[in-house]
Design a protein around this ligand. Structure first.
Ligand SMILES: Nc1nc2c(c(=O)[nH]1)N[C@H]1C(S)=C(S)[C@@H](COP(=O)(O)O)O[C@H]1N2
Ligand SMILES: [Mo]
Length: 190
């Protein structure tokens, strides 16, 4: 790993804790009724039960995360299912270019498909050896660590593959459509 200062994007400050940031209430979770819906430009639309989701192959990713509100948290180990597993199961059509993550309480966010397919992009359920807490997205959240953390939707319930881009909750409210922390793409005019 390079020295810390080279790992921290411009305008960010390293935090030891892990702030909790979201709109609306923390949703409740019932493993008996929870589903993960995979839809849009796919050969095989899926509705995975919690049990089916947790049987998918998992991986661990060591990464830094960067929130647009200027905190960064280094050296996280997330564990979860890579987006490529979902792509393999559902058979994504060539038209698909964007992934729209649908979370509880109507939170959505848009990420280019190629960014979701990077090796470090996950549907995560563990952090630093412990299950995620409800506040941090249990039972499953996205982790797309090379983009600002608002792209990492907590409480994901749907993964839509789309041929057209669909700016999400924050993107419609002035945040940058892509959100690269190294280029400080915080707001739409950056
Ligand atoms: N479902 C949902 N996911 C969300 C949000 C939200 O409001 N709802 N907020 C985003 C924002 S702005 C940030 S910075 C991160 C914060 O994640 P954390 O609370 O685990 O630090 O979650 C992101 N994911
Ligand atoms: Mo955020």
């Amino acid at each position: 790993m390079p020295p810390v200062r080279e790992r921290v994007p411009p305008g960010q400050t390293v935090t030891d804790g892990w702030p909790v940031l979201h709109e609306g209430p923390v949703p409740s979770f019932d493993p008996a009724t929870w589903t993960l819906r995979v839809f849009g430009e796919v050969e095989r639309p899926l509705v995975l039960t919690y049990e089916e989701f947790r049987q998918l192959p998992t991986r661990q990713v060591h990464c830094d995360i960067h929130c647009v509100t200027h905190w960064s948290k280094l050296d996280n180990v997330f564990e979860g299912v890579s987006f490529s597993e979902i792509v393999r199961l559902a058979g994504v059509k060539p038209e698909a270019r964007y992934v729209i993550l649908h979370a509880e309480n109507d939170y959505t966010t848009n990420v280019p498909l190629e960014d979701c397919l990077q090796e470090h992009s996950l549907l995560a359920f563990r952090h630093n050896g412990a299950d995620l807490t409800p506040e941090h997205g249990w039972p499953v959240r996205a982790v797309i660590p090379h983009l600002y953390f608002w792209k990492s939707a907590k409480w994901v319930r749907g993964i839509e593959f789309s041929s057209v881009d669909k700016p999400g909750f924050w993107e419609q409210r002035g945040y940058h459509n892509y959100g690269d922390p190294w280029r400080e793409q915080r707001f739409w005019f950056d």
